[in-house]
Design a protein around this ligand. Structure first.
Ligand code: ATP
Length: 271
């Protein structure tokens, strides 16, 4: 629990700014509406490269909507309109020349419920690789070993890669899905409550994995679990009703929030 103290309620938290060589995602004045109803409003925030950034906030505040916007998952929803911009490594993801399939390779996404395909462990990880390019079996095997090792699963599955993925535990399945995403070498990994369906031990493994992966890529995590955000993220963005309320280094946001609204949320005084 936070110590009681004065919190400045008058100032609007500015976005945290990063120099171009440290900025992976630049979200500027981004609005998104479902059938005309705004779910994200004038959102401006920069996500730093090779860091873990957590999006926190009450249910319905727009966390998943923002995550999905980053790899254009809303494209298939005809009721969605948006304005403003999201840039990945300096390129607007909505530019007409953008190849959306390539964008989704570069920006991988892992969902709440593990969703391995109904095939073997090997074929799950090979799936994206096979779509991407023709590789010699030896090269493909090397990438599969690398991806499973990066996802901290190799040692548990290496002796039986041709077993059905569905025979793995829930936590192993989620790490397999992360391996499948890593195999196509994304720049960004979006994680939408990746551990909320898992037991505490599996959750700790996923958290350790997230911390380790930031040496390889940029991670964005949506979580309802405040302890998890505090344990794994470097930066935390607090959203409420589609707006960015406060954004900063995680230790600042959790131990010295600028705004009363943020303090109320992280101390559990606001659902
Ligand atoms: N496909 C959709 N069609 C219409 N409205 C939607 C759709 N998806 C989300 N919304 C609305 O957009 C707002 C933001 O929802 P979103 O799921 O992004 O919030 P969230 O913060 O991720 O919530 P939770 O923590 O409960 O998952 C909510 O009002 C929600 O009802």
């Amino acid at each position: 629990m936070l110590a009681s103290r004065h919190v400045d309620q008058t100032t609007q938290a500015p976005a945290t700014h990063f120099p171009a060589d440290q900025c992976c995602l630049n979200i500027e004045q981004f609005n998104l509406a479902y059938a005309g109803k705004l779910a994200l409003q004038a959102l401006t925030l920069q996500v730093p490269r090779h860091r873990v950034t957590a999006f926190i906030g009450p249910s319905g505040c727009g966390k998943s909507t923002l995550l999905r916007a980053i790899n254009r998952l809303h494209d298939l929803n005809g009721s969605v309109t948006h304005s403003g911009s999201i840039s990945l490594e300096g390129h607007n993801i909505h530019d007409p020349g953008i190849n959306v399939t390539e964008l989704r390779r570069r920006v991988g996404m892992v969902f709440q419920t593990p969703n391995p395909f109904p095939m073997s462990i090997y074929d799950n990880v090979a799936f994206g690789l096979r779509l991407q390019k023709r590789l010699a079996k030896r090269q493909r095997d090397d990438i599969i070993e690398w991806a499973l090792t990066s996802a901290a699963l190799w040692d548990e599955v290496k002796d039986d890669l041709h077993r059905s993925a569905w025979r793995l535990s829930g936590g192993q399945q989620q790490r397999l899905v992360i391996a499948r995403t890593l195999a196509v070498q994304p720049d960004v990994l979006l994680l939408d409550e990746p551990a909320s369906a898992l037991d505490p031990i599996s959750t700790l493994k996923i958290e350790e994995l997230i911390r380790n992966l930031k040496s390889q890529l940029t991670l964005v995590l949506v979580t309802h679990n405040m302890q998890q955000a505090a344990r794994v993220s470097d930066y935390t963005a607090f959203l409420q009703e589609g707006e960015l309320v406060e954004y900063g280094p995680t230790d600042h946001v959790f131990t010295n929030p600028r705004l009363q609204r943020t303090e109320n949320y992280i101390t559990g005084r606001m659902a």
